[in-house]
Write a protein that binds this ligand. Structure first.
Ligand code: DQA
Length: 140
């Protein structure tokens, strides 16, 4: 069985409540349930934290053989965190960078990602469905 983990970073616990014109009205829990139903052969784990170090600890924990792929929405840390970049570089598990919104259609400070260079691929702008597209990419 494929084991994939979705890791969500800061403020993504507020999906469905936060800037709904950008991120939509659906919370992540409901979306994850649908994703699990759609991919019954995938073990889909989930972790969210607002703290940079906790995200790094989780990448370390799962990134050496405990799962087959990481789908990472690092939120605003995408644009700032060399530490998360280094964590992605350190582990052996492939990481796909995901964004709900199209970061290139937004403010210029969102156009640069610190982490893309270490990721297998980047998915941005498909709403919550960005996670499914990333999953398809990992499953090949
Ligand atoms: C985001 C885009 C980031 O720029 C922002 O800071 C987020 C969410 C997205 O999913 O579109 O928190 O990663």
């Amino acid at each position: 069985m494929n084991r994939i983990i979705i890791i969500n970073g800061p403020n993504l616990n507020l999906l469905g409540k936060r800037e709904t014109e950008i991120y939509g009205v659906h919370d992540f829990k409901g979306y994850l349930e649908k994703l699990r139903e759609r991919y019954p052969d995938v073990r889909l784990d989930f972790f969210q934290s607002n703290m940079e170090g906790a995200l790094i600890d989780k990448i370390h924990e799962v990134g050496f053989g405990k799962c087959d792929g990481i789908i990472l929405n690092a939120g605003a840390y995408t644009h700032t965190s060399i530490a998360i970049l280094d964590a992605i570089k350190a582990v052996s598990t492939p990481v796909v960078e995901v964004h709900i919104s199209n970061v290139f259609a937004r403010e210029s400070y969102r156009h640069h990602s610190m982490i893309s260079e270490a990721c297998k691929g980047v998915v941005t702008g498909f709403g919550l469905d960005s996670y499914r597209v990333a999953l398809e990419g990992l499953l090949g």
